[in-house]
Design a protein around this ligand. Structure first.
Ligand SMILES: [Zn+2]
Length: 125
């Protein structure tokens, strides 16, 4: 997970941050973090195996912060909405590095964060 996250941050998030905002991303805020909570169907979440990450907010070198709850748009190609388009591109880029990519389009539980994991299910929302 650490390697996949680092590669996604370097190859996707930084590239898109510089292109979109002209500033490097310098931090992010994890949302739910480590948890062994049960998923529907009785499975333990990939979080319980340190095999998942939830990210809600990105911090940039110019002081800007963007969070998914405010910046995500269901129609990810919102004309002229830089933040929404940025989120859409880093979401799509995550599909190259993680097995499961969930976002606010997935369900209400993910209204404020990305969930990425390397579990057995391949799905990219
Ligand atoms: Zn999660």
């Amino acid at each position: 997970m650490a390697e996949a996250t680092a590669l996604w941050l370097r190859n996707v998030v930084q590239t898109e941050a510089l292109e979109t905002f002209g500033a490097r991303a310098v931090g992010l805020s994890n949302v739910n973090g480590y948890s062994c909570r049960m998923r529907s169907g009785g499975y333990i979440s990939e979080h319980g195996f340190a095999n998942a990450v939830d990210i809600g907010t990105f911090h940039f070198e110019d002081g800007r912060r963007v969070n998914i709850e405010d910046g995500w748009r269901p129609n990810s190609t919102a004309m002229g909405d830089l933040t929404a388009n940025w989120f859409a591109r880093i979401n799509d880029g995550a599909c190259d590095y993680f097995q499961l990519v969930l976002n606010p389009n997935s369900d209400a539980a993910h209204r404020d964060h990305f969930h990425f994991d390397l579990g057995p299910w391949k799905s990219c929302d």
